[in-house]
Design a protein around this ligand. Structure first.
Ligand SMILES: CC(C)(COP(=O)(O)OP(=O)(O)OC[C@H]1O[C@@H](n2cnc3c(N)ncnc32)[C@H](O)[C@@H]1OP(=O)(O)O)[C@@H](O)C(=O)NCCC(=O)NCCS
Length: 212
C-alpha cells in the first residue's frame, strides 16, 4: 500500500452535500466514489500533481510546493460558505474521489471536481452552469473505468442540483481525455487558443458540453 493510504475516520466530510456514493465492481475488490474528506485532500493533491506532470523534469524540484499549493487551493474552494444556519444547504462545489479497498486498507485512486460557475456576473440574471475540472486517475489504476465512474457521479450530482448540462475544458493534444469525453457523449462547442510566451506555440483548448 502506498503512502497515499487513507484510513476512514470520523472527521467531518468537508463537503456537506448530497454527494452520491457509488460502489462499482472492480475485479474482486470494490471501488467507491464519494466526496473527499478533509484528511484525504493531500491524496487528491498528490494524484493531481503526478497526473499533470508537475513531478517531471525541472518541475520535480518544486513538486512539494505544487502539491501544497493544490491542497490549499482545494481546501479553500471546498470550505463551507455562508452562515451556520444554512450549512445544511447543498454546497455546489464538490470534490469526489474514487477509493479502492483491499484487505481493509483504502487508497484514493482518482479524483474529480464539479461545481456551479457563474458567467456574466454583471447581468441581473447571470448565467449559471455546471463545470467539471481536475479529473485525474492514478497511473496504476488507469484504463479500468475509474474516470467513467467519476464522471457518472458528476452527472448524478448535476441532476440533483437541477441542471441538465455539464461543461469542461480539455487540451486539444490530450488524446486520452478527448477519447474519454467523446465516448461519454460530450460535444465540442468551441475551440480556444491558450496564451503562450512562444508566438509560434498556441496550444488548443476545447470547451465541451454534455446534455443529460
Ligand atoms: C484521462 C484519464 C482521467 C482517464 O482515466 P481512466 O480511469 O484511465 O479512464 P477510463 O478507464 O474510465 O477510460 C474510459 C475511456 O477513456 C478513453 N481512454 C482512457 N485512457 C486512454 C488511453 N490511454 N488512450 C486512449 N484512450 C483512452 C477510452 O475511450 C476509454 O474507454 P475504453 O477503455 O473502453 O477504450 C487518465 O488517463 C488521467 O488521469 N490522465 C491525466 C490527467 C488528465 O488528462 N485528465 C483529464 C483532463 S481534461
Amino acid at each position: 500500500m502506498s503512502e497515499l493510504s487513507a484510513t476512514p475516520n470520523n472527521l467531518d466530510t468537508i463537503v456537506n452535500t448530497a454527494n452520491i456514493a457509488r460502489t462499482i465492481s472492480f475485479e474482486t475488490s470494490p471501488i467507491e466514489v464519494r466526496a473527499v474528506r478533509e484528511d484525504e485532500i493531500h491524496c487528491v493533491a498528490d494524484i493531481i500533481t503526478r497526473s499533470f506532470h508537475f513531478d517531471r523534469g525541472w518541475m520535480a524540484w518544486f513538486t512539494p510546493l505544487f502539491r501544497l499549493g493544490i491542497a490549499e487551493d482545494l481546501r479553500h474552494r471546498l470550505r463551507p460558505r455562508g452562515s451556520s444556519h444554512n450549512q445544511n444547504q447543498i454546497q455546489q462545489q464538490v470534490c469526489s474521489i474514487a477509493v479502492y479497498t483491499e484487505r481493509e486498507q483504502t487508497q484514493v485512486v482518482g479524483t474529480i471536481e464539479v461545481g456551479v460557475r457563474t458567467a456574466e456576473r454583471y447581468r441581473q440574471n447571470p448565467h449559471r452552469y455546471v463545470y467539471i475540472s481536475n479529473l485525474a486517475v492514478s497511473r496504476d489504476f488507469r484504463r479500468r473505468g475509474v474516470a467513467q465512474e467519476l464522471l457518472t457521479n458528476c452527472e448524478q450530482l448535476t441532476q440533483s442540483w437541477g441542471y441538465t448540462e455539464l461543461h469542461l475544458h480539455v487540451m486539444g493534444n490530450n488524446t486520452r481525455g478527448r477519447n474519454l469525453y467523446q465516448k461519454l457523449g460530450y460535444e465540442i462547442i468551441s475551440v480556444e487558443f491558450v496564451w503562450s510566451i512562444l508566438p509560434w506555440h498556441r496550444p488548443e483548448r476545447l470547451f465541451l458540453r454534455k446534455q443529460l
